[in-house]
Design a protein around this ligand. Structure first.
Ligand code: HEM
Length: 425
């Protein structure tokens, strides 16, 4: 399959689907079905909701009843009112599935102030401008090594050979994790985010056992570092901060999962999505090759285009009027970033992938407000270096997506398990 065929298949499917979605009773629309994300068919549902029912009550879903917030401005309003819209695990947490992906652990992304603020501060030095400058040469050298080892002229899975490898190496550096065991981090990330019945783990018991192994492994690292001089890695930062040094095992595991998933799946899926976006938009790929400086503005556009986290959830602590509807105390409120990033009221020509947008950071992929992504600049840096190095090695548009990508079955993580490509250098 070549690049052009990709586009034909996409638009044929889209036409039929739009008619079907527009004919559905509004009340039947449930955008939480993970199959919509696996088949990449969620777009027309969001389009209709944004147009006709932007604050939509879904009374029945596999995750129970919830409000679907699909417009950019409404999501900003929810994010800004964190005193009403709680992230706290005790109220339900931050994913549509109760208890933070069903894990039932505590982590600072799923806490309200003041505890959230103190714990966030403990790990923030990791992404200070000085630390990012320190990491830059490591990231560049690793990107070069991985890219130059790729098999030219053969079909291979970009997810496996590039995206996973690069983000896992990054994560191992952030934790100062034993290098030879780094693929354990990839596995723990997958186990933490996968829904039951998707083949990643057989039973909930197996999932618990694997995450207990994660906790045991990191506890050993913690015990070594807590008595040593403070170091620049995330474990040492948590072990030496007043806000995090007395965490119980459940909270330690939760924060580990947050940092593993935050630093891994999101950036990884944008790296995979980047080759697809450029293949689906060959004019933009050519424009990039003609002017490699555009990597700078392309990176935030890629993050908007991919929206690696489709949604985040809050729980209302009081009744609240939003878009003419009353959200009641205790209701589950789901912010669909994947929809807001295609909202024409907030973003000009949102359906187009444009690598030289005037305001490319006008997206909501990193969230907003007190929980806005801590790692945003690090994610951008990794993507920027990856593409700078790709263009040095292959200055023409020669990375070709040669088959249909396989997407993740999840209403939270928007990503890929397979991206078959060939480098036609
Ligand atoms: C393209 C890549 C990334 C995307 C799209 C992304 C997205 C997000 C989103 C949507 C949130 C929640 C925002 C909210 O609730 O308002 C978040 C929070 C967070 N992210 Fe990221 N992230 C990315 C990369 C990273 C990286 C590389 C790291 C770590 C090194 C990281 C660490 C975190 C942490 C610790 C939080 C919790 C912040 C808090 O609650 O205060 N993320 N991210």
């Amino acid at each position: 399959m070549n690049i052009r065929q990709h586009k034909i298949i996409d638009s044929a499917v889209a036409g039929e689907l739009v008619d079907k979605v527009n004919a559905m009773p509004l009340g039947d629309i449930d955008v939480s079905d993970p199959a919509l994300y696996e088949s990449n068919t969620h777009w027309p549902y969001f389009e209709r909701l944004r147009r006709e029912d932007p604050v939509h009550y879904c009374k029945d879903s596999m995750f129970g009843p919830y409000w679907a917030i699909t417009r950019y401005q409404d999501i900003m309003e929810v994010e800004m009112h964190h005193e009403v819209f709680s992230s706290d695990t005790s109220n339900g947490g931050i994913t549509i599935q109760d208890g933070n992906l069903g894990l039932g652990v505590e982590m600072f992304i799923a806490m309200d102030p003041p505890k959230h603020d103190a714990q966030r501060k403990a790990v923030s030095p990791m992404v200070s401008p000085e630390n990012l400058a320190r990491l830059e040469s490591t990231i560049r050298e690793r990107s070069q090594r991985i890219l130059s080892s790729l098999p030219v002229g053969e079909t291979f899975n970009w997810v496996e050979k590039v995206s996973i490898e690069l983000t896992t190496q990054m994560l191992a550096t952030l934790f100062d994790f034993p290098w030879e065991d780094r693929r354990k981090l990839t596995r723990w990330s997958e186990v933490a985010t996968a829904l039951p019945g998707t083949g990643v783990y057989e039973t909930e018991e197996q999932r618990r056992e694997e995450l207990a192994e994660c906790l045991a492994y990191f506890t050993r690292l913690w015990n070594e570092r807590v008595n040593a001089e403070p170091g620049p890695d995330l474990i040492s930062m948590m072990a030496h901060s007043d806000a995090t040094r007395n965490m119980g095992p459940n909270e330690f595991l939760g924060n580990l999962i947050l940092l593993i998933v935050g630093g891994n799946d999101t950036t990884r899926n944008t790296m995979s999505g980047s080759v697809l976006a450029l293949n689906q938009n060959p004019d933009q790929y050519q424009k990039l090759c003609d002017n490699p400086k555009l990597v700078e503005s392309m990176v935030p556009e890629l993050i908007r285009w991919q929206t690696p986290l489709s949604s985040m959830r809050r729980t209302a602590l009081a009744d609240y009027e939003l878009g003419g509807k009353t959200i009641h105390k205790g209701d589950k409120v789901v912010m669909w970033y994947a929809s807001a990033n295609r909202d024409p009221e907030a973003i000009e020509n949102p359906e187009q992938f444009i690598i030289d947008r005037k305001r490319p950071r006008q997206h909501i992929s990193f969230g907003f407000g007190i929980h806005r992504c801590v790692g945003n600049r690090l994610a951008e840096l990794q993507l920027k270096i990856l593409w700078e190095e790709i263009l040095k090695l292959w200055p023409e548009p020669c990375i070709e997506v040669v088959g249909e990508p396989k997407r993740v079955y999840s209403p939270v993580v928007r990503g890929y398990t397979e991206m078959p490509v060939r480098i036609n250098a």
